[in-house]
Design a protein around this ligand. Sequence first.
Ligand code: SF4
Length: 478
Amino acid sequence: MIDQTFRKILFFNPPSGLYRRDDRCQCSVEDQTVNIVFPPIEMAVDAAVALRAGAEARIRDYPAEKKDWSALARDLAEFQPAAAVFFVTTGTLEADLLAARAIKDILGDAALAIAKGEAFEALGVDTLKRWPELDLALFGECEPSLESLIRGEPRHSIPGLAYRDERGEPRITPKPAPIEDLNSLPWPARGLLNNRLYRSPETGNPLTVIHGNRGCPSKCIFCPAGTLSNYTLRLRDSGDVLDEVESCVRDFGIREFLFHGDTFTMNKRWLLSICEGIVERGLKIRWGCNSRVDTIDDERAAAMKRAGCWVVAFGLESGSQEMLDHMRKGAKVERGRQAIAICKRHGLRTHGFFVIGLPWETERTLEQTLRFAREVDTDFFDFNIAYPLPGTELFEIASREGLIDAEGLGEKGYARAAMRTRELNPERLNQWRRKALLHLYMRPGYIARTLWRAGSPRIAANYLRAALRRFRQLAFTR
Ligand code: SF4
């Protein structure tokens, strides 16, 4: 039975900036080296949950479509949803919440305005107090909560929900338990996405994201993945993952993939069964994934390469062991070195992600990081400035020590420091990041190698375009 309040649902990314809203990263697409717009797969899973519960659903991704608030207003007026669910990031929260106002302006109380985002675990009650236009806020692994809402269960019994009680008082329920059986979730409703919007910036071919696993047992202080998942790694059946990949190829003509998962390579047997399945099924696909430095070895790398993997992203984080220990990475600098060497041995490209600006960062540790980045020489680099997401241990430390910028977190992000370290101010961190990226990307040897490896004039041209964009952004932004 469906609660008629949810008979028609519009799911959307608000036109408040191109951000990765799906995952723990919550970063601005523009600030990253690989300027890639991923399809909103979490949203497509939510839409599939709604369809399964008997609701009618639509998806709009306004930033990816380059559409503004007037497009949202038109869609609301035309579709007349009974509920509209929009995805927020912590950094863009205030701008995103204008969507609630737009919903009420167009539809009044005929539609519920529902926001979804990690920020609400810490800020749900406060947000409902400040935004009377917002009816509900969801957080955590909340697909079952969404289904319960659609089925009309009492709000106080639904985990991961900020709501108002019968007296209009904001309330919040506990975070949902991580979903143990990921196979119970439907596949993303890709038929509701405009799949042509999402392309590999390298080849220009359609690309999608597969969520094969969730959760991370690690305790990095800046990352919400561990707390969100109660530090448990969960895996979908490898056969089900392969069926979804096959469906993308067959039904949507998509052959490029990102296997998204906090730790895609962590369970070796599962990873190998996916790689073997890709080969056995004759799927001619090209893909990338994330890995921890201590969950890659020669056997895994060889199997991944055979199955079409071309790039692996690592959170190398720092060249200073002291910093890795402070951030509780649970990894050694030396292991990072070995991980990159393993990938290079097997012809896999690598993307090194570094995080700078944690409270203990100094000029010396920054220098160690730059030296390490130069030495391991990954194919792509990103230096993200630590962002104290509410709910993380970093947020607690930064708040306690008064390190967060007096203006608050605002719309800062991984490219504009929202906090200082004990020794370095935000301006120094911003400036260091720009200089370090320019230094690494403008090395003549690096440019020559990248163009040589492109393998085709079309890809080389795409690299040049991306390099020009990055250069303009780093050299002329202050
Ligand atoms: S290893 Fe650390 S940074 Fe990576 S997903 Fe796990 S907790 Fe987050």
